[in-house]
Design a protein around this ligand. Structure first.
Ligand code: ACM
Length: 539
């Protein structure tokens, strides 16, 4: 009997310890004590400055959603409270660093920056029990924590499928809960233009709608003959940018050029080098509605009718970017740059004479000229461009940051040329690839299990330490050709987003997949609290 009691005590201790340790991403230093702080609806949240409001609101919204109550806030220091503070002037301050002290008589979260305090809140949230009943016991612990990488990103493609403002906000919450700090918003593509531009209303009226979508894998077994429309008004964009800023998330807008521009061309055919030619429909695609003139694409892939590098196009894009830059305060503006076939530029007398007049080598030189023209404009407004690794073709624009997606090579190349890099290689962080070998739902194909994401190392081993400093971080990409609703997006995100967050935040030496899997058992329960759709199959 005694033995049994001892044994069950030991089991209980182990169980509570694994719960205690279940923080994702793993903190840099943590020291566990004994006992706990008891949190309930009478606990007070002390804010040492008004600036803590963003952190306090996030915690209160979380408590309300998951546990059904909020905490009173005050600026009056007191015992038995949760106290949020920030020491912005500290000489050694680093973005995102915080300390979190839980004792039986109070909780203190102190950030080097307000962002750091916010991340302390995220850790506190993960110390809450996942069972919702009675007082919430928070284990005694002392944590010091900070991120490994400055760029911790997640992208969402709203061109292929449109997602509501509410879902974008939920997506931003997912980013925040994982201590990530960048939302790359892919706003335009061949299948839809999703951002209101006041000077060019047809972009959303015409370009924001396609008459149907293929059924099944490209080129499809038919067409659903259902219009797929949607765009964000500028007011909605401002609201989303603020929602993100309240979570210390920067939103980087992507306006694709020169390729993936069918929706813009459908709205303003003069943007094509061949305005009179009807849109090319991919072989085998069953089309909905009229196919005459320029159309928004109804299937996936890469299309040859791209922006013509004319004065009209450059004027248009500068106007568009003026409105975009007024909405988004981000340092970076993403100009796409990927998958731009050169066929139309090859057959265009205008492009050929431009190549000669500018002394360019070929159409790749023309792509470089295109990107550099836009870069000069964006730089003149005090911003910087970021683009997919094809912007290396024909010579990299002088201040460009490269998003390496076709592998690690683009990133390696750019870092060696002293350019900053964000790593997004398909093999490791394309979250549209299925995470299991036997995937029942329709996906784009490929295979990216949780373990591969978890073990990804963003700094390529071939780089010298100096070159490696150009790797700002990495980003998960969620392309939505085969994700038509939020539940599918979540199913593809989770649990891989949790793995990615640890790649970006935690020290490389402390990462351990088996140990991560143990912590993931508790994270699954959090997903349930968040009412998230997720995939439990591991390979
Ligand atoms: C991309 O996946 N085309 C950047």
């Amino acid at each position: 009997m005694k033995m049994l009691t001892l044994f069950s005590l030991l089991l209980m201790a182990l169980a509570s310890r694994s719960q205690e340790l279940a923080i994702i991403p793993k903190p840099v230093h943590s020291q566990w004590g004994t006992g706990s702080f008891s949190l309930n609806r009478n606990t007070v949240l002390v804010l040492t400055s008004e600036e803590q409001g963003r952190s306090a609101s996030f915690l209160n919204e979380y408590l309300q959603q998951c546990y059904g109550f909020r905490l009173k806030t005050t600026q009056a220091p007191q015992n038995g409270a949760i106290t949020l503070s920030t020491t912005p002037s500290s000489a050694s301050a680093r973005e995102g660093r915080y300390v979190l002290e839980v004792t039986a008589s109070g909780i203190r979260i102190e950030g080097d920056t307000y962002q750091g305090t916010f991340y302390g809140i995220q850790t506190l949230i993960q110390l809450l029990p996942t069972e919702v009943s009675g007082d919430l016991a928070i284990p005694v612990v002392s944590i010091e924590d900070y991120p490994r990488f400055g760029y911790r990103g997640l992208m969402l493609d709203v061109g292929r499928h449109f997602f509501s403002v509410d879902f974008i906000k939920r997506y931003l919450d997912f980013i925040a809960l994982h201590k990530m700090n960048t939302f790359h918003w892919h706003l335009t593509d061949d299948q839809g233009w999703r951002i209101e531009i006041k000077k060019y209303p047809l972009l959303t009226q015409t370009g924001g709608c396609r008459n149907g979508t293929i059924i099944g894998h490209h080129p499809g077994t038919g067409n659903d003959n259902t219009p797929h429309c949607g765009y964000y008004t500028q007011d909605q964009v401002r609201d989303i940018v603020k929602y993100a800023a309240d979570r210390f998330i920067t939103v980087i807008p992507e306006i694709e050029m020169p390729g993936h521009s069918s929706a813009a061309i459908a709205a303003y055919p003069g943007l094509s080098c061949f305005p009179e030619e009807p849109t090319e429909i991919a072989k085998g695609v069953v089309w909905a509605g009229t196919s005459s003139g320029k159309q928004v694409q109804q299937s996936w892939g890469v299309y040859r009718d791209v922006y013509c590098p004319s004065d009209y196009t450059f004027g248009f894009l500068k106007d568009v970017l003026d409105e975009v830059m007024a909405l988004f305060p981000s340092k970076y503006i993403h100009i796409g740059g990927d998958e731009c076939p050169k066929d139309f530029w090859k057959k265009s007398p205008f492009c050929q004479s431009l190549i000669k007049a500018r002394g360019l080598k070929d159409e790749h030189g023309l792509q470089s000229y295109f990107i550099q023209t836009m870069e000069k404009y964006i730089n003149s407004k005090g911003r910087s461009i970021i683009g997919w690794d094809e912007i290396l073709e024909g010579g990299l624009a002088p201040n460009a940051t490269v998003m390496s997606w076709r592998g690690e090579e683009g990133g390696i190349d750019a870092a060696r040329q002293n350019h900053d890099v964000v790593m997004t290689p398909g093999k490791y962080v394309y979250l549209d690839h299925p995470q299991t070998k036997k995937e029942d739902s329709l996906t784009i194909g490929g295979y990216l299990p949780l373990e591969t994401v978890y073990n990804y190392e963003p700094i390529p081993s071939v780089l010298t330490p100096e070159e490696g400093k150009h790797v700002l971080g990495a980003q998960g990409n969620v392309w939505t050709e085969y994700m038509a609703n939020p539940a599918k997006v979540e199913y593809m995100l989770f649990p891989r987003l949790s793995a990615l967050s640890e790649v970006l935040w935690s020290e490389k030496e402390t990462r351990n997949y088996d140990q991560f899997l143990q912590r993931l058992q508790t994270q699954y329960k959090r997903y349930q609290l968040w009412k998230v759709t997720f995939n439990r199959a591991l390979n």
